[in-house]
Design a protein around this ligand. Structure first.
Ligand SMILES: Nc1ncnc2c1ncn2[C@@H]1O[C@H](COP(=O)(O)OP(=O)(O)O)[C@@H](O)[C@H]1O
Ligand SMILES: [Mg+2]
Length: 194
């Protein structure tokens, strides 16, 4: 019998869908003969007593979920999401740079710095990436700061907002998709696609 910690916060539990998923997860863990413990931020000190940790709260290198992931890592406890993934994926400039370096195919992507935000550069981006562009503020999650723009005016309107939050913005080719794919990577290899 193993002890699985599920790190949650109030926000996760206030969503009925998430709560049901967590209860199903706990039932599956128990049906496999293990124990599942919901761990709240105030109980973070319980992590070293676990044998695995599953983080089900918004991961961000600047919040407590990162502390939970680091604590597990320091105690040699397998953790999802692991701290390195949180660091990389919490910043889309870092994440896309890593993907490009490893030759993973992704929509045509450019990084635009605050000083490059000129009419010439934006015109060139529309010329090379297409008539609709996707702009992202690098720390976005849950699609919060991901917007599509189709004109130079729209581009500047969105970019001005994003540039207030970050020195860089991500500009991407628009790729139409009828299904929002999720790809998971475990242990650097095994992947799941849903
Ligand atoms: N290049 C793109 N072309 C078309 N749709 C996109 C593109 N990038 C993102 N999207 C849409 O926007 C959503 C949010 O983008 P994503 O990069 O996952 O940011 P976030 O981390 O904020 O969720 C995606 O799930 C997808 O539906
Ligand atoms: Mg997303």
């Amino acid at each position: 019998m193993k002890q699985l910690g599920i790190f949650v916060d109030r926000k996760t539990l206030s969503n009925a869908e998430q709560l049901n998923a967590l209860i199903r997860c706990r039932n599956v863990v128990e049906s496999l003969g293990h124990d599942a413990h919901f761990i709240f931020p105030v109980d973070i000190g319980k992590i070293p007593r676990m044998e695995a940790l599953f983080i089900r709260a918004r991961t961000d290198p600047m919040n407590i979920t990162y502390v939970a992931a680091r604590m597990a890592e320091l105690h040699g406890i397998p953790v999802i999401d692991d701290p390195a993934s949180i660091r990389i994926c919490g910043d889309k400039i870092n994440m896309y740079s890593q993907l490009m370096k490893k030759g993973v195919s992704l929509p045509e992507t450019r990084f635009l710095s605050r000083s490059e935000n000129s009419v010439e550069r934006v015109t060139e981006l529309f010329g090379t990436l297409g008539t609709s562009l996707i702009l992202k503020e690098p720390s976005t999650s849950f699609s919060l700061r991901v917007e599509m723009v189709a004109t130079i005016e729209e581009f500047f309107r969105v970019a001005r907002r994003f540039i207030k939050l970050s020195d860089w913005i991500v500009v991407q080719q628009y790729v139409e998709s009828r299904y929002d794919w999720r790809v998971g990577v475990l242990g650097g290899g095994t992947s799941l696609c849903l």
